[in-house]
Design a protein around this ligand. Structure first.
Ligand code: CO8
Length: 258
């Protein structure tokens, strides 16, 4: 499929989706979120893909939803044809591992889409923010829920109420990003992480993702019980036999279900 607002390529077992509206700092217009959802569906369906990287340009991961498009929206239109359910949630619903590689601005919906990914690797130049309050609205794509879970109430309130930006160093300290990388090495490090994940057993990686995500939904006792059941079920996989045999035989594991 030919895309206009994103680029999609595969590198080995990694699917790389690059947001590509440089004239609008990758603002997330309807066409872009529709194309993003379509690319993710293609990655989900492709057995050759074990991990996805979602990234933008050097200057912007995404500067938010497209304000010029949002400007003329009304409540009934948004409610009746919910853009979140139709396209935005495709990132949160994506079942394979997905890494956000953030360089430059990740603001509003851009920060929210990055937080829907499994983890964020940031370039030193990254800037995160939920500036919606400056536009007379609040975050609407998960920001009020995922940000406090990631960085705690004090910083989340500060970000959402003042609309200020957070640089990469502060974002790492606060736990929003997993690593900060010098700008020159940024994409190499993101791809290395993705390739390492894509070399694992895909069902085990997907179960791991699902189980970690469960910890945000349910209490500890239920969460630990869920983990135990999934862990035990993995002993039915050939990949468990291979992984443990490879360790015992001092060789690299070659997982079948990749
Ligand atoms: N929407 C539309 N266009 C944008 C956006 C955006 N979010 N951000 C930047 N642009 C455009 C600018 O209008 C400009 O276009 P033009 O050259 O035609 O005037 C071009 O991109 C370059 O931008 P700037 O000239 O402003 O670049 P600067 O380097 O001076 O500033 C900033 C960069 C600080 C990132 C600035 O562009 C900015 O503040 N952008 C808006 C950030 C923002 O408020 N984001 C939140 C948007 S609301 C949101 O995300 C709600 C999510 C809920 C989901 C909704 C689902 C339908």
């Amino acid at each position: 499929m030919g895309y206009k607002t994103i680029q999609y390529k595969t590198e080995g077992r990694v699917g790389v989706i690059t947001l590509n509206r440089p004239e609008a700092l990758n603002a997330l217009c309807d066409e872009l979120t529709t194309e993003l959802a379509a690319a993710l569906a293609a990655c989900e369906a492709d057995d050759g893909i074990g991990c996805v990287v979602l990234t933008g340009s050097k200057k912007a991961f995404a500067a938010g939803a497209d304000i010029k498009e949002l400007q003329s929206r009304d409540m009934v239109g948004l409610y009746n044809k919910d853009p979140f359910a139709e396209t935005w949630e495709a990132v949160a619903r994506f079942r394979k591992p997905i890494i956000a590689g953030v360089s430059g601005y990740a603001l509003g919906g851009g920060c929210e889409i990055a937080m829907m990914c499994d983890f964020i690797i940031a370039s030193e130049s990254a800037k995160f923010g939920q500036p919606e309050i400056n536009l007379g609205v609040m975050p609407g794509a998960g920001g009020t829920q995922r940000l406090p879970r990631a960085i705690g109430k004090a910083k989340a309130m500060d970000m959402c109420l003042t609309g200020r930006m957070m640089d990469a160093e502060e974002a790492e300290r606060a736990g929003l990003v997993s690593r900060v990388v010098p700008a020159d090495d940024f994409m190499d490090v993101v791809m290395e992480a993705a390739e390492s994940i894509a070399a694992k057993s895909l069902p085990v990686a997907m179960m791991t993702k699902e189980t970690v995500n469960r910890s945000f939904e349910i209490g500890l006792t239920e969460g630990v019980r869920f983990e135990r059941r999934v862990f035990m079920s993995q002993f039915a996989l050939e990949d468990q036999k291979e992984g443990m045999a490879a360790f015992a035989e001092k060789r690299a594991a070659h997982f079948k279900h990749r």
